[in-house]
Design a protein around this ligand. Sequence first.
Ligand code: ADP
Length: 681
Amino acid sequence: MNAEAAKATPGMAASERINRSRLVLNVVLVGILCYASNEIGFAHKIPPHNISVLWPMSAILFSALLVSSPRHWWAYVLAGYSSSIIRDAQAGFPAQAFLFIGAGLLEIVGAALVIRRYLSPIKMFDSLRELALYLAIAVIGAPMVSAFVSAFAGGTANYWFFWRVWYLSEALACLMLAPAILSWITLARHKSGTIPMARRVEGTVLVTILAGVCFFAFTGNVQTGHGIPALVYLPLPFLLWAAVRFGPLGVNTALLIVACLSISGAVHARGPFVYSDETKGVLSLQLFLATLSLPLMLLAAVIQESRARAQVLRESEARFRSMADTSPVMIWMSGPDQKSEYFNKRWLDFTGRTLEQELGEGWIEGVHPDDRPRCLRIYHESLDARKPFEMEYRLRHKDGHYRWVFGCGVPRFMPDGSFVGYIGSCLDIAERKDAELQLQEQRAEVTHLSRVAVVGELSGAVAHELNQPLTAILSNAQAAQRRLAQEPIDLDEIRDILTDIVNEDKRAGEIIRRLRALLKKGEMQLQPLSLNELANDTVMLAHGDFVSRGIVVSTKLAADLPVVRGDRVQLQQVLLNLISNACDAMRDNAPSERRLEIATHSNGSGTVEVAVTDEGPGIAPEARDRLFEPFVTTKKEGLGLGLTICRTIVKAHGGRLWSDNNPVRGAAFYVSLPTLVRDPI
Ligand code: ADP
């Protein structure tokens, strides 16, 4: 024996001793009860046939077996039948004694074995199914089988009479006494401490009134007129009270009270069951008790079942609520009418509002006014279609500021497929949203700076180009001054000169406008655009650069090109970048081989394309695969950001930017953009 086992032994021995003494006590108690019930049973037999309305002993022993371990059944059976054995021993063990004991044992042990195998003695009377099985086994099956044996012992002359007498009194005991005993044992074992005082008082009042009513109804003197049959219904309201308020325990107890007092009345020739033919009187009392018990026991089981279902529902609801309230996510639920009917604690903590304020459509008040129409549209459209949804919107925090949240919802369906509403959650994504906005701003800043850089590269050529109109304006103005000094003044010539000045000024103004537009900072502004116009505009802007670099530009613009939707400045930046790269690529070409082509065409599948083609050396093999990655450059002074930014801009427009080397020489860069209105097919 190891040390641990040695240590455990004294404790185990003590608990075993307690168990054994408890068993001895129980066995003795069952013995005493069976002895007493035997005596009561004999004392309550109704002459002349000595019929017992209800034989209590077998029900007591049967209940004891049901709640004890089968290992100890022999002790209970011995204790239960000892009084019968002594009685029969005194009579020198008549041959029938064995048959009666055998029939009783067959009934009790058989029923107990089957019930323990298939039913739970604790919940036997709480469910309709279990109760029906109990009735089939203990009230119908077992007593019926044992009645065949005992009727044989009673003598063959009146076999079916004995069969009926035995069957009914045994069955009634299992119908009225055993359920009451078992219910009370269950209460004592499992629930006694939890019964509130008010219920105890109500139970006591009910039992007292019922006992009084039964005493009045069943023990009245027939001669005095109290024993009228209508009185048998007097206890019914109180039995219903017991069923509704106290379930199976209440009904089983109340029925036992009715049984005790009605049998006592009949035995003492009082009450409504006193007939000149006693056999008939006993039979009608037995039938009365059976027909009274069955519906009430079934009713109590149904009530108990629905109570248990409601309890399970309440528990699952409470479990859900405690889970939802401790969840770090905001949770809501709405009903089939699209009105919100639940918000968890986290939601209320976030908004700082009460549940009552949020219920129904109250939550909408917390949504940012700018997001409200979009939110409501998604919400109602999804709910109408019973589809899951996701959306981002701003919800007012209790500090008064709006915070971005990510909300989603899914429809809820019952097992039978009926729609019961939605359940959804909300996540505070303010930090993610801030980071996104910051990134967007940074991206816009980089895009703008790169544009400034491109424009910077052009600035020399632009200044040169501005020089032309300015020089023309100056010389025109000087010419006008000279004309004004001469007499007579030729007003027509002066008018022509002024017209020239205005035109030159307009040209200069146009150059400055284009530059200003490119240098402007601002949000993306989408508008219908013609890529042909954009290409022409860009070529004009870079005109000075082309001249200074000796580049010959040609445009091949498709007629009737569909319009795209885009930001003029950003798309111009893309073209400028591609043009600038093309010019750089042809830096080392002979002056006669510096040709650049800008072409547009519609490919007929809802997109239009711009191609910028040069005659440079083509894309360097080392840069080919990573051309659009940031900081990839083959130029000494290059940053390697231009194409990265161009691709980001084109992607933001829902388009594509790619490149290819030309078959003969040079490279081509393509931009494809979706058209605003699809081409006719
Ligand atoms: P950067 O012009 O600062 O180098 P870009 O992102 O605009 O940055 O271009 C990246 C690289 O792509 C260039 O360094 C060059 O090697 C290559 N590239 C761009 N356009 C052309 C072109 N038309 N022909 C040949 N190579 C080109």
